[in-house]
Design a protein. Structure first.
Length: 101
């Protein structure tokens, strides 16, 4: 069984930890609109694993924020996650705060 996904809102940051995969993302999916209200940064540094379903959820969270009037930046993107982002050609969608600074 996968480690549960956890998230915490602090000011305008949504911090994700644990595993973000098809087995764990349902709870965040169900709370996505509330979780993303006022979020400008999504911190993924504490994620242990992200699969393609988790990556799709990150793209969806970005779109929710855009619909609310912001374009969130992502912090803490690991090399493995960056490889997945590149594999799916999402570099213009999932933008690292570190690279945009």
């Amino acid at each position: 069984m996968s480690e549960p996904l956890r998230w915490q809102r602090t000011a305008s940051t949504l911090a994700l930890s644990g595993k973000l995969d098809r087995d764990t993302l349902l709870s965040l999916w169900e709370a996505r609109d509330t979780a993303m209200a006022g979020i400008t940064t999504i911190d993924v540094a504490a994620l242990d694993r992200v699969d393609s379903a988790g990556l799709a959820l990150l793209v969806h969270l970005r779109e929710i924020a855009r619909a609310q009037g912001t374009t969130p930046l992502f912090t803490g993107i690991t090399d493995k996650l960056q490889s997945l982002i590149t594999l799916y050609n999402l570099q213009q969608i999932i933008v690292s705060a570190e690279k945009s600074a």
